[in-house]
Design a protein around this ligand. Structure first.
Ligand code: UDP
Length: 236
């Protein structure tokens, strides 16, 4: 029997905040509805949650904070997003588990990869929080790492304000063209910033495809998870 499709969905903090600081419950409810739709179809979904709607370590560092401490604040921010998503998924009738890379037993399990796989096999959504538990990392890189460790088929990177990878920044270059496909080597060579370079490298070295697509819209997550034509597919 072939295994069910297993995906890692990266949701940036911007998705949770609806563009503002904090969590917008209406937006999270919409995301949860889409995830519930694909889980009901039998897709195994793990989510890596960002935290930019609360804190980004690099930004706090610029304002005088110690980088590592600021990064821990960033990681703790991701966990609030995890709990919000968990809540709305449970309201959809989907069983969930939050696993964090920093122990906080009252609200989440520890990150235990084999247990995460078991949850997925039982149809639960696993929500990964607190990034890698290590400063100087990003949740983009963690998405690639978690996807590799739990043997996901693809990393789905939802992005705010952009619906794929362009030849140049479409906000400043009107002639920029959206690419349907791309290789990681090309993305690295061109210095494309749509995901961070460490994430590209991990995917390239291990043959893990990545789909970059727009977070906005009522059904973009459903389309991305279902393998419909959307965004830009990056492969090795
Ligand atoms: N972070 C970290 N290590 C990790 C993941 C995240 O230090 O493994 C911190 C870092 O400060 C980062 C913040 O958490 O800026 C929020 O994560 P990220 O910027 O990746 O969130 P997103 O941009 O996706 O909302």
């Amino acid at each position: 029997m072939t295994r069910a499709r297993r995906v890692v969905l990266k949701l940036s903090g911007e998705v949770f905040g609806g563009g503002a600081v904090g969590v917008d419950p209406d937006v999270v409810a919409g995301v949860a509805r889409q995830i519930a739709t694909v889980v009901r179809k039998g897709v195994q979904v793990a989510v890596v949650v960002g935290g930019g709607n609360f804190f980004r370590g690099a930004e706090l560092q610029k304002r005088g904070m110690d980088r590592a401490r600021a990064d821990y604040m960033g990681m703790l921010g991701t966990v609030m997003n995890c709990l919000a998503l968990q809540d709305f998924l449970e309201k959809e009738g989907i069983e969930t588990r939050v696993q964090t890379a920093i122990s906080m037993a009252q609200v989440a399990e520890q990150y235990i990869p084999l247990r995460a796989i078991r949850h997925l096999e039982k149809g639960r959504v696993v929500i990964f929080g607190a990034g890698a538990g290590m400063p100087y990392f990003s949740t983009d890189t963690v998405s690639a790492q978690r996807a590799l460790e739990i043997h996901a088929d693809i990393v789905l990177m939802s992005k705010n304000g952009v619906d794929g990878v362009y030849t140049a920044d479409p906000r400043t270059e009107p002639d920029a063209v959206k690419l349907d496909t791309l290789t990681f080597a090309e993305a690295l060579r061109r210095g494309l910033r749509v995901a961070d370079q460490a994430a590209f490298s991990l995917c390239m070295d291990n043959g893990l495809p990545m789909l970059v697509f727009a977070a906005e819209g009522d059904d973009t997550i459903v389309k991305a998870v279902s393998g419909e034509k959307i965004g830009t597919l990056i492969t090795a």
